[in-house]
Design a protein around this ligand. Structure first.
Ligand code: ATP
Ligand code: MG
Length: 386
């Protein structure tokens, strides 16, 4: 009854193994089938957590649900998240309420992107058995902590935050800044502290937000006279902030200047061809400039052969190396990086039920954790108890 393509029945199968095999099949037949399933569909293992994770440092990080993830995310945060799956207890937040702070006019996009971002996580190799994927809007403790934290930060301090300043400028808000947007550093502090996270792997643009989180933590700890909340440390990759394919300071989902992790091979080719190099490098024999040359910035981030790359850079600076050669090298590297992610993503997207289940189970686990911190903070602040 479990043979053929009906591998979706593995939940029942494992339940059967645990409760005593109910029908006419033998235990060894069932065990053989289970082994086959886990070998053939390793990314579909049932989400359960190993007890050994309990004493590891906690990571909280995540992404706004504003669209599919891009290679900037890969270099900026996903690669680190993959690295820490075993050594840390890791929570990834699908930040849909934060996405609304500058997308209130398009809640549809925010809702649709929840599954897109979760798909990207699973496609790059985030394993729901080792990492908890959870949905921000379904964790009410985060909203309550945000409200409390807003009392420990001033409007002037929020306006001075370099990340917020940059993002306000990029989005062209002028003085028409949505209040939720200006205040999102307090909400981000709520996200990080609700999990009592001490490690936050993020892109370089997010560092001031971690600093602001720690300021709030220090204030609450000082007022309560106890260490109710731990401070957090950002882990920022060497690659720093990946620029957009248009040469703008940051590749971003909202900027329309990204190569997504689901890009087709043609999209990758076209994006690399259109990339900004050195506008004064007109002929192959002209000396070229490396600084501000997007192709070299991407090669710095993704080329494994850094010695070969150093030679290439020297040759480009001397003259005698055409843009088409460096673009071909970059294209090959990106095609190789993205192809397996794209394939896994396509396979996974056929089973929406599985993705929803991963998010649901992760959110339930996260609810327990965040609720417990909410109680700690309320009690540390000495609010009236009924
Ligand atoms: P949006 O345009 O909606 O703000 P985004 O592309 O900036 O989307 P976020 O969800 O805001 O992505 O960022 C999630 C994480 O990815 C953050 O840790 C951020 O630092 C990192 N990140 C985003 N873009 C880049 C980039 N171009 N280079 C390096 N890291 C990045
Ligand atoms: Mg952003």
């Amino acid at each position: 009854m479990f043979y053929g393509k009906h591998y979706d029945h593995r939940n029942e199968l494992v339940a059967g193994l645990l409760t005593g095999w109910p029908d006419d099949q033998t235990y060894s037949e069932a065990a053989a089938w289970a082994a086959f399933c886990f070998q053939s569909f390793p990314m579909r293992r049932l989400p359960f957590r190993e007890k050994t994770q309990m004493n590891r440092p906690t990571i909280l990080t995540g992404d706004r649900t504003t669209g599919p993830l891009h290679i900037g995310h890969y270099a900026g945060s996903l690669a680190n998240r993959l690295r820490y799956q075993d050594s840390h207890e890791q929570f990834l937040l699908l930040a849909d309420t934060q996405a609304l702070t500058d997308n209130a006019h398009d809640p549809d996009k925010v809702r649709r992107s929840v599954v897109e971002v979760a798909l990207d996580y699973l496609a790059v190799g985030i394993d729901p058995c080792r990492t908890t994927i959870c949905l921000q809007s379904h964790l009410p403790a985060l909203a309550e902590l945000s409200m409390l934290y807003l009392n420990f930060v001033t409007v002037a301090r929020l306006e001075r935050n370099p990340t917020i300043k940059d993002e306000i400028r990029l989005r062209g808000f002028g003085r028409d800044i949505p209040a939720g947007f200006l205040c999102y550093p307090a909400a981000q502090a709520a996200d990080i502290t609700a999990f009592k996270a001490t490690v936050v792997p993020v892109g370089e643009d997010q560092a001031p937000l971690i600093e602001q989180t720690n300021e709030i933590v220090r204030r609450i700890n000082a007022i309560s006279g106890c260490s109710a909340l731990p401070e957090a440390r950002a882990i920022i990759p060497k690659a720093g902030r990946l620029p957009g394919i248009d040469g703008k300071a940051k590749m971003s989902k909202s900027g329309g200047n990204a190569i997504t992790l689901s890009a087709s091979s043609e999209e990758i080719r076209n994006a690399v061809r259109a990339m900004f190099t050195d506008p004064n490098h007109l002929r192959v024999e002209d000396p070229g400039c490396i600084e501000g040359n997007v192709v070299f910035t991407y090669l710095d981030a993704f080329d494994q052969d850094q010695d070969g790359l150093a030679e290439l850079k020297a040759q480009y600076q001397r003259g005698g190396l055409g843009d088409s050669k460096i673009k071909a090298r970059l294209e090959a590297i990106l095609q190789e990086l993205i192809a397996p992610i794209r394939e896994r993503r396509a396979q996974l997207s056929d089973d929406r039920g599985y993705i929803l289940n991963v998010i649901k189970e992760g959110t339930e686990r996260a609810r327990e954790r965040t609720e417990s911190t909410r109680r700690d903070v309320v009690s540390a602040l000495g609010l009236f108890r009924l």
